[in-house]
Write a protein that binds this ligand. Structure first.
Ligand code: APR
Ligand code: PHB
Length: 406
């Protein structure tokens, strides 16, 4: 027997993109059913970046889930850049007319969104198997899946593919209809989470002769650190002691003295990738978040881009249901991609500037140091970093004449 379900929007994937979309649609009075492959605990177990732009904070408020973020999140008005043994502060607030970022882990954002969905009693199917998206090139798309040995079919008006980089939505699009752009970096990030006070009250991005490092945090008592490592490294090569010893070597004397070490509570190695899919809509299937694009984590744009996609998508669906207009749907892909490409550019540039590449020679290291020296001593350079770091607005000017129509 197949259980038949009818809704307006079927959301595939309950990561931050799918959950935020569900909440924004609920606020707008649009029905949605969510289908997720994993269990809620599995989804909450993923540790990812934790810097929210103002646009993302505003969206979480609009979705009605901002209270805990405002209470427990850490407002940061700047960060440090360390190179050639010297630390320099990028004063985000002073450089951008008072804008800040919020340090609040993606796990917490996900938990707040999940709790809100449960409280509102909105339908979600976790641990769904063999999820398939069907007929999205017609006016009657369907999502099919199995759960606990039974079959389910959701008949809907639209499918939102929020199922991440390894999901099935992008993979279900005919190859001839999609263009993918990809760059894989020749190194990874080894991350450690520890219940130790952060080495500094703000983040420190480090360009050192031994490779990139990042000192980040989750709270006044929980730190997150990263080291650039070759992708061939494995976790058993990195004991906690080895991690702290290498981090020390990449820091300046002050940070070295301030660093408090302790047992890791999570340790992982993640690859770095730049990836974009064009377009992001195929008939009645929309891609959003990591399903459509990946940025390397330098600059922490991943979650913020997922949030802006979802904002454009919820606006498009509101145009359709409340105004009977197709305009937002037609514009969705182009609006998303314009903001995505700018964030891709910043993330790629910041990654390249701060990391050592295996092909770099002595001159590359000097050129990067010279660029950093220029940037840190130029108001124009500092402002350029700051305005990209705090995030571009959702609507930034009219489209350039050459903007392709996706
Ligand atoms: N069917 C249903 N759900 C699926 C399927 C599938 N076939 N495949 C994957 N999923 C689920 C995953 O289990 C995951 O929970 O889709 C969800 C996708 O969530 P994320 O990978 O977190 O992607 P997204 O919601 O777009 O969030 C983007 O995550 O990687 C970071 O930097 C990125 O912070 C950004 C954020
Ligand atoms: C993190 O805290 O995990 C983090 C912060 C900033 C980044 C990347 C990751 O640029």
């Amino acid at each position: 027997m197949t259980h038949s379900i009818r809704t307006q929007v079927a959301i595939v994937g309950a990561g931050p993109a799918g959950l935020l979309l569900g909440q924004l649609l609920h606020k707008a009075g649009i029905d949605a059913v969510m289908v997720e492959r994993q269990s809620p605990d599995y989804v909450l177990g993923r540790i990812r970046a934790g810097v929210l732009e103002q646009v993302t904070m505003d969206l979480l408020d609009e979705a009605g889930v901002g209270a805990r973020m405002h209470r427990d999140g850490l407002v940061h008005s700047g960060f440090d850049m360390l190179f050639a043994g010297q630390r320099h502060r990028v004063d985000l607030a002073a450089l951008t007319g008072g804008q800040n970022v919020m340090v609040y882990g993606q796990t917490e954002v996900t938990r707040d969104l999940m709790d809100a969905r449960t409280q509102a009693g909105l339908p979600s199917y976790y641990e769904a198997q063999d999820v398939q998206v069907l007929d999205f090139d017609t006016d009657h798309p369907r999502v099919w899946f199995q759960k606990d040995g039974e079959s389910y079919e959701i008949a809907c008006d639209f499918i939102a593919g929020c199922d991440g980089f390894h999901g099935i939505c992008r993979a279900s699009v005919p190859r001839a209809a999609i263009k993918e752009f990809e760059k894989v970096y020749p190194f990874g990030w080894l991350g450690v989470l520890s219940d130790t006070p952060p080495v500094h009250h703000e983040l420190i991005y480090v360009n050192s002769e031994r490779g990139f490092a990042l000192c980040s945090q989750r709270s006044a008592t929980r730190s997150r650190y990263y080291l650039q490592v070759p992708m061939t490294d494995t976790l058993d090569q990195w004991s906690d002691d080895a991690f702290w010893a290498e981090l020390r070597l990449r820091l300046d004397p002050q940070a070295r003295a301030d660093l408090v070490t302790g047992a890791s509570i999570e340790k992982s190695i993640a690859p770095l990738r730049s990836f974009v899919t064009e377009p992001m809509r195929f008939g009645r299937l929309f891609l959003a978040g990591d399903a459509a694009h990946i940025v390397p984590p330098t600059g922490a744009k991943g979650l913020n881009l997922a949030a802006s996609d979802v904002k454009y998508l919820s606006q498009a669906l509101q145009d359709f249901y409340l105004e009977r207009s197709q305009a937002g749907i037609e514009a969705y892909s182009g609006r998303c991609l314009r903001r995505i490409w700018r964030a891709e550019r910043f993330s790629w540039w910041f990654t390249t500037l701060m990391h050592q590449f295996p092909t770099d020679t002595a001159i590359d290291a000097r050129l990067k140091e010279a660029e950093l020296d220029y940037l840190m001593h130029s108001q124009a350079g500092l402002r350029s970093i700051a305005e990209n770091y705090i995030g571009l607005p959702l609507n930034f000017g009219s489209p350039a004449a050459s903007t392709p129509a996706f």
